[in-house]
Design a protein around this ligand. Structure first.
Ligand code: GCB
Length: 607
């Protein structure tokens, strides 16, 4: 059933959009566990602002575009006006903006080319795995188109089996980060539009018939059963599939149904399973085996649900001590992608006393959720349905659904991820509420084991802040952003602020905060100083403790991040300075205020 829903989504994406923007791209679940052959490193690149390599002067798609990777020769009858072999290089992974000064503000098309040697193995199918390419991308292997994709923050896999061969090969990618009105996100955001192959690129080899999708989780009702399914591509109904958790001495088998899906539902002997939690982030090696394929993933087992205004992890109420995080790289800036980036960002969150992070405003590198799994940090994961996208445009809904389904496929076997967030600060109107309710339904259809949320705007009447956004009915957990003391009034206004929340559901204050330039000092009334920011946090924490249904917070934000709208010279210099930490690692005064509250447990109640 679920695979049919996923199939429908992809088919609708293509039909409704009127442009083919997800052609042939798949997502292979657990691909990072399959010994990828890295294509990272130096790639030859050509900056192509007029898209000359793709389109003719009459705007038709070129048949002899730069993807052919030709080199001019003496006696040629055609003119070849490019040559990758002589072009400069950029590193993959990596945004182009922070690799070359001249590309800092570049928004447009950029080409990548690299040679590689492949040793063909009989019977193997090969996929090109792209961790993320912002925003639209096209890929060719040895001049043959293998796929195109839209969406800058989700990973995808393009089959290259019929294009790749034994020996020398080349891959060409064209990546375009031009902001578009009907994109997800759209023209305006508050982060840098880092372009390029911003995450790992690799080859993944699988057998002719292989495990491409699976979902194994703990049953919510009993917490004594593991349930889920495994899908095998290019298999025959009736073939056996097994799930092995040797540490628990557990082995279950099931046969593929007519949709090539094997369903599992097996008991765990009492008291043998260590439930995954922030205090004990136990992961088990889970081996999946089909007739021709074996894949071993590391999976934690836990349940997440709500009861009234409580959030229950493994049946017990929990308060989420969090922080929001952008995928901005510590120390060097630019888009974060490495294990070191993940260790630093999540290490800082831990140091702050967090058991939870909001990964804003788009899916982050998979290393973040893998690391959160290992460290025991709960995760809010989000798609970039941000501010004012085209809610009345069916093609935009299809794009948002595609990103949501790609996000869920990559991370649905990660215990750390507890929330799928479908939006941030969107305008309240019927078209938007319908759009986002549809996304909430899609998230539940693809994954019924997690909770759906969104960061809502709040409105004010006198001293009362009100959350009555109709979207609240479609959510399991209400997220709310407010900037008392920064965009409105003063930090001490929080002292008199009362809250009215029209939903008997858990509330997470998904953002609050204010800017401070690290090292800038003054008194508490002086904006941009560490003291002003600290004052916001002090007053906010007292106010938040008066909201009885508050079950978590993720103030804005762990580290300063680049944004083209933040221009104040000497203070912002193209950085949003609401970080508790500066990009060079300096902790601001507000960091210690929040840390104290988290470590003493003086903010929030689990029930
Ligand atoms: C918000 C947005 C976030 C911005 C932040 C700010 O409400 O959700 O993306 O960066 O405010 O700093 O204004």
């Amino acid at each position: 059933m679920i695979s049919r829903i996923a199939g429908l989504i992809i088919c609708c994406v293509i039909v409704l959009s009127n442009v083919v923007f997800a052609q042939d791209a798949k997502v292979l679940d657990g691909s990072d566990q399959r010994s990828p052959i890295s294509l990272n490193g130096d790639s030859h690149t050509i900056v192509d602002p007029y898209r000359t390599g793709l389109f003719t002067f009459h705007n038709e798609e070129k048949k002899n575009g730069w993807f052919l990777n030709e080199h001019g020769k003496v006696g040629d009858t055609q003119v070849i006006e490019y040559d990758f072999a002589k072009a400069p290089t950029l590193k993959v992974p990596g945004d182009w903006n922070t690799q070359k000064d001249s590309l800092f503000f570049y928004e447009g098309l950029l080409w990548y080319q690299r040679d590689f040697t492949y040793i063909a193995k009989p019977g193997k199918r090969v996929f090109l795995h792209v961790g993320a390419a912002n925003y639209r991308s096209w890929f060719w292997v040895n001049g043959k188109k293998v796929c195109e994709h839209e969406g800058g923050f989700t990973s995808f896999d393009c089959e290259v089996s019929s294009a790749i061969h034994d020996g020398p090969n080349f891959v060409v990618a064209a990546v375009n980060n031009t902001r578009i009105a009907d994109g997800v996100p759209t023209l305006n955001t508050d982060w840098w539009n880092y372009g390029g192959l911003t995450r790992d690129v690799s080859l993944i080899e699988v057998p002719g018939s292989f495990i491409d999708e699976y979902d194994l989780h703990l049953d919510r009702a009993t917490r004594s059963k593991i349930e889920g399914w495994v899908h095998v591509e290019n298999a025959k109904p009736g073939q056996p599939v097994s799930v092995d958790i040797s540490e628990l001495n557990l082995r279950a088998s099931a046969n593929l149904d007519e949709n090539n899906r094997a369903h599992f539902d097996f008991d765990i002997p009492a008291k043998t399973l260590s439930l995954w939690s922030p205090d004990s982030p136990k992961l088990y090696k889970v081996q999946l085996r089909s007739a021709d394929d074996t894949l071993t993933d590391e999976i934690g087992f836990r349940t997440i649900e709500t009861r009234g205004s409580q959030i229950l992890l493994n049946g017990k109420p929990i308060f989420l001590r969090g922080i929001s995080i952008h995928a901005e790289a510590p120390f060097r800036t630019g888009r974060a992608y490495s294990q070191e980036d993940a260790n630093t960002l999540l290490g800082w969150a831990r140091d702050l006393g967090c058991n939870y992070v909001r990964l804003a405003h788009y899916p982050h590198d998979e290393r973040m959720t893998r690391t959160a799994d290992r460290l025991g940090i709960l995760v809010w994961s989000e798609i970039p349905v941000y501010w004012m996208i085209q809610f009345d445009n069916p093609a935009v809904l299809a794009k948002a659904k595609l990103q949501l389904s790609e996000e869920i496929r990559r991370d649905r076997n990660k215990a750390s991820v507890i929330f799928w967030s479908v939006a941030n600060e969107t305008p309240i109107n019927p078209a938007r509420t319908k759009f986002l309710s549809t996304l909430a339904d899609t998230a539940r259809a693809l994954d019924s084991s997690r909770l759906v949320t969104a960061a809502l705007l709040v409105r004010g009447e006198g001293h009362t802040k009100i959350i009555d956004d109709p979207l609240g009915s479609a959510l399991d957990v209400i997220g709310a952003n407010e900037y008392i003391g920064w965009y409105e009034q003063k930090p001490e206004t929080a002292d008199q602020t009362m809250w009215r929340i029209d939903y008997e559901k858990p509330l997470i204050m998904s953002e609050f905060g204010g800017d401070a330039r690290a090292g800038l000092h003054g008194n508490e009334n002086e904006r941009w100083t560490e003291e002003y920011q600290a004052s916001i946090y002090r007053h906010q924490l007292v106010m938040l403790n008066r909201i009885s249904q508050l079950r978590g917070l993720s103030p804005w934000i762990l580290m300063d991040f680049r944004s083209p709208s933040r221009q104040l010279p000497g203070v912002q210099d193209y950085f949003n300075r609401k970080g508790l930490i500066a990009p060079d690692g300096t902790k601001k005064a507000a960091f210690y205020i929040l840390q104290k509250a988290y470590k003493e447990g003086s903010v929030g109640k689990a029930d």
